[in-house]
Write a new protein. Structure first.
Ligand code: HEC
Ligand code: HEC
Length: 305
């Protein structure tokens, strides 16, 4: 039963609403005052800031930005990467469960993008991946980080990968000497030498590339490169994964013809994308890379990541 007073006195509910409205008004007014005070301060702070527009003062330069050290890397990692890759780099951050492909577990030694035969990335490879991200997966690019921050992050990623392997070894065999476990982890994660791409021919034989593509690649990427037909591919985590739509322009490892040739030559470890046969000829390699490039909607053969 509702108890509406009939004599025009506001009901307790109305009072509450009126009070709330009055409170809100006070808030709006004081926020406005703060805004104008802040605006005045910022305007004074920005020397010669013209036209009445608010020019925010530059934040003080962070003296840490250019420091390259593991400590710095772990701090930048804690601020930006833990949410997906987890505090120890196991790929188990709070956001990880929603992401497919999963954020990388650094201790597993699986890295997709690199320039070596071993399947492991060099420091430059890891730095490039951090800088450019791995879209269309949900690994974001980090253009805002300084070189010092990226170099330090590479040290952090390596450190987490090594420490994770050591911890795993010692958990299984507690008497195993830590020094030896460390040496083993370093050896297991050593990227080895970089692949030298064969010299690029002066002219690309795109028809030859198309023939190689049709025989070797179309089974996953479709004859037209759109990768719509296969839905049975899975990655190393047993999660479904699609081959790349080669008519798009967003690749995980860059879209220059050199990037594509490198992906063809060494495959994408951890995904079903295989490395080309070791004896693939330079002509087949470059003409296929050129053909892939020709499928891109932009058709811009010179663009790089
Ligand atoms: C929003 C989630 C997210 C954040 C934040 C994130 N990553 Fe990732 N990262 C991923 C995912 C997802 C992958 C796996 C992509 C794939 O397998 O295609 C990945 C992969 C990687 C890889 C593996 C590269 C390779 O070649 O396989 C490295 C290294 C990496 N991330 C470093 C970082 C660093 C350093 C940061 C912080 C600056 C960071 N990530 C922040 C989601 C994230
Ligand atoms: C067994 C299936 C399979 C075959 C065969 C295959 N690919 Fe792939 N390819 C994939 C998958 C899956 C991905 C996506 C991997 C990922 O996103 O991590 C991929 C990704 C790519 C990419 C994108 C790389 C990047 O940086 O994002 C290119 C380019 C590519 N493949 C070209 C080729 C070419 C050229 C051939 C033939 C020489 C080929 N692929 C053969 C499955 C395959």
């Amino acid at each position: 039963m509702s108890q509406q007073p009939e004599d025009g006195t506001p009901s307790p509910r109305k009072w509450v609403i009126q009070l709330a409205a009055a409170g809100l008004a006070v808030c709006v007014v004081s926020a406005g005052t703060f805004h104008y005070t802040a605006k005045a301060v910022f305007q004074r702070a920005s020397a010669g800031g013209g036209g009445g527009d608010v020019t925010l003062p530059r934040p003080p330069a962070d003296p840490m930005r250019d420091v390259v050290s593991l400590e710095h890397g772990l701090a930048v990692y804690a601020a930006n990467c833990v949410t997906c890759h987890g505090p120890q780099g196991f790929g188990d951050g709070p956001q990880a469960a929603q992401l497919i492909p999963r954020p990388r577990n650094f201790t597993g030694g699986n890295f997709k993008i690199g320039t070596t035969r071993s399947g492991l990335p060099t420091d430059d490879d890891i730095a490039g991946t951090i800088r450019h991200g791995m879209l269309p997966a949900l690994m974001p690019p980090w253009p805002q980080l300084s070189d010092g921050e990226v170099r330090s992050l590479v040290m952090a990623v390596r450190h987490l990968a090594v420490e994770g392997r050591v911890a795993d070894k010692l958990a299984r065999d507690p008497k195993f000497p830590r020094e030896k476990a460390l040496a083993m982890a370093h050896a297991a994660l050593d990227s080895g030498p970089v692949i030298a791409l064969p010299p690029k021919p002066a002219k690309f034989d795109v028809e030859r590339g198309k023939a190689f593509y049709t025989n070797t690649c179309a089974t996953c990427h479709d004859p037209d490169g759109r990768a719509k037909l296969r839905d049975d591919l899975v990655d190393n985590d047993e999660n479904p994964i699609a081959a790349r739509d080669l008519t798009g322009t967003v690749f995980k490892g860059g879209t220059s013809i050199e990037d594509i040739a490198m992906r063809i030559l060494r495959g994408i470890p951890g995904s079903p994308m295989p490395a080309a046969p070791a004896d693939v000829s330079a002509d087949d390699l470059w003409s296929t890379a050129a053909y892939v490039k020709s499928l891109q909607r932009s058709g811009d053969v010179s663009s790089s990541r």
